[in-house]
Design a protein around this ligand. Sequence first.
Ligand code: GTP
Ligand code: MG
Length: 209
Amino acid sequence: MIDSSGEEEKEIISLKVTLIGNTAVGKTALINQFVNNSYIDNPIATIGCDKFSKIERINNLKIKLNLWDTAGQERFRSLSPMFLKGSNIVILVYDITNQLSFDELRNYWVNLVKENTNNIILGVAGNKSDLYDEEIVDEENGRKFAEENNAFFYSTSSKNLTLTQNLFIGLTTLYIEKYPNNLYNDDNSSSTSYKVSNDGKNVNSNCFC
Ligand SMILES: Nc1nc2c(ncn2[C@@H]2O[C@H](COP(=O)(O)OP(=O)(O)OP(=O)(O)O)[C@@H](O)[C@H]2O)c(=O)[nH]1
Ligand SMILES: [Mg+2]
């Protein structure tokens, strides 16, 4: 079939991309840069999970990326396994100026991902690379951690569109190349998302939050 632009219409493939990591590492700002091509200073801390989407054409395929922006605050941690389920791509995000955010990737988040996902492409984003004067976590350590966990390392800044696109498009390309046979599974991406109240309770399931 030919669409209005004269292009051959392609079947849309949906992939679930989940960002995870401590609070304030820049998960929401990264997604906003990718989806809206702009940097938001001081977004409100995420409550539960927000969901965004973006369509990209990669390797001649039309891909809908469903971006799950999870909350990093401690009070929401019990919900994280639920948000990870059904992910195709998971991005572990830390802040290069915050040692704890990196330590908790190693000691907590990466294990949670391993326990609650399978057949994923795993990314590690060392975010806030624009703050290189304040860097505490060496890029080398980030790369080593990624290597140890069969993950792909990206140095990112939510202020930089190219670095942000490299992260999302790079990982999606890797997924397409590694799992060509998974792309057309009906259940390759979960369509359910959850919004929760401030006390961490799930108040509205099955919403496009
Ligand atoms: N300098 C700099 N600041 C950033 C960057 N990314 C995010 N920030 C800032 O860091 C703070 C936290 O960003 P968020 O995107 O809200 O962090 P988050 O990981 O979504 O936090 P939670 O929703 O609580 O899990 C905000 O003040 C952002 O403006 C970056 O790449 N560079
Ligand atoms: Mg957030």
